[in-house]
Design a protein around this ligand. Structure first.
Ligand code: JAH
Length: 250
């Protein structure tokens, strides 16, 4: 996959993309990554302007359309794959594991990161999708773009080294993960549940499924509602008992 990012802060991507799993993906040739400075396409003039005051008045500055359109044209032309254009924005569709899976099937992504108080509405027409990583305001789209890159690239074949783990992760199963333990068996009076040390793999699998349901029902009842049709009668029982449970502070 090739990912091009268009941003006023290209340098903040290098340490993130160069390390961790994204760096490994790049070294293995699974990922080609480039961050482009939007200033390259600034309006002619000493100020190298990319933003301007909003029509109609109001606080702050808005990203102008011309630099962004020229940037997308030129970046797009650098490769024969057209690329899906994504706009990072708090007004976008929620970025979920399902969206990450869809994007991981693309051969090229072009990510647009805004700054200032927002972008000229006409910039939206350039984007195939507008995505939000959550309901909070950032100072720009760059951190959101890095989150999207991380979630998408780790799904590419050859990045995680073929673990089955991707498939039974939270959000892939639609439930939160069950509790995990490693050595020591006892730590500061906190013990690993006996069943996990029993060697009884069938009982361990059943315990983990129940614990995943209990945890999800307590913390994210919205996910239980969504998974309801895929749960067994026993799992629905476990979830219902938790949902009926009086909460701690009542
Ligand atoms: C902030 C342009 N979903 C998180 C998110 C994404 C982008 C932005 N904020 C939050 C943002 C300022 C300018 C984009």
């Amino acid at each position: 996959m090739r990912i091009d990012v268009i941003t006023l802060f290209p340098e903040i991507f290098e340490p993130v993309i160069g390390s961790s799993m994204l760096g490994i993906a790049r070294d293995r040739g699974v990922l080609e990554f480039a961050a482009h400075d939007l200033r390259q396409w600034a309006l002619p003039g000493v100020h190298r302007q990319v933003d301007d005051a909003p029509y109609g008045g109001g606080a702050g500055m808005v990203l102008r359309p011309e630099p962004v359109y020229e940037a997308v044209d030129e970046v797009r032309a650098a490769d024969e794959r057209p690329g899906m254009v994504l706009l990072m924005s708090p007004q976008g569709e929620p970025f979920t594991q399902g969206v990450a899976e869809q994007l991981s099937g693309e051969s090229r992504l072009i990510l647009l990161c805004g700054r200032y108080e927002g972008f000229d509405e006409r910039i939206r027409a350039l984007a195939d999708r507008e995505v939000s990583i959550g309901d909070y305001v950032l100072t720009g789209g760059e951190l959101a773009a890095m989150v999207v890159c991380d979630a998408v690239v780790r799904l590419l074949p050859g990045v995680l080294g073929g673990e089955t783990s991707v498939e039974d992760e939270s959000f892939t199963t639609g439930l939160l993960e069950y509790p995990q333990y490693t050595r020591p068996a006892s730590f500061r009076g906190l013990d690993v549940p006996e069943i996990l040390r029993s060697g009884d793999h069938a009982r361990i699998a059943a315990w983990r499924r129940d614990e995943a349901i209990v945890r999800t029902a307590r913390r994210r009842p919205d996910l239980i509602a969504r998974a309801w049709n895929h749960l067994t009668d026993h799992e629905r029982d476990v979830a219902s008992r938790v949902i009926e449970e009086p909460s701690e502070d009542e």
